[in-house]
Design a protein around this ligand. Structure first.
Ligand SMILES: [Zn+2]
Length: 89
């Protein structure tokens, strides 16, 4: 069973689009990229994370380590949600 809403190529296109919009927002001063990771607050920002790709300005600025962890946590939440929808509470 395929659970993803988008086809893989659509997802990549969407990600690229959001990334470009984020870059533009930084250039225009709408978004400010902080120096330190918003999660651990000690490492330098290396990557941006989007919780919601329909809102490109809602970016989290993270170091690589935190980005991986946040991605893992969100995947787990999504998996729980899928199971909940399938079997009920
Ligand atoms: Zn971090």
């Amino acid at each position: 069973m395929k659970l993803s809403k988008y086809k893989r190529t659509d997802t990549i296109t969407l990600h690229n689009k959001v990334r470009a919009q984020t870059k533009k927002a930084i250039r225009e001063g709408i978004l400010i990229r902080p120096e330190f990771c918003q999660r651990c607050r000690t490492s330098k920002v290396e990557e941006e994370h989007h919780r919601d790709y329909s809102n490109p300005l809602d970016a989290m600025w993270l170091c690589r380590k935190c980005h991986i962890e946040v991605g893992r946590e969100e995947k787990m939440k999504r998996d729980i949600e899928i199971v909940r929808r399938k079997y009920g509470d």
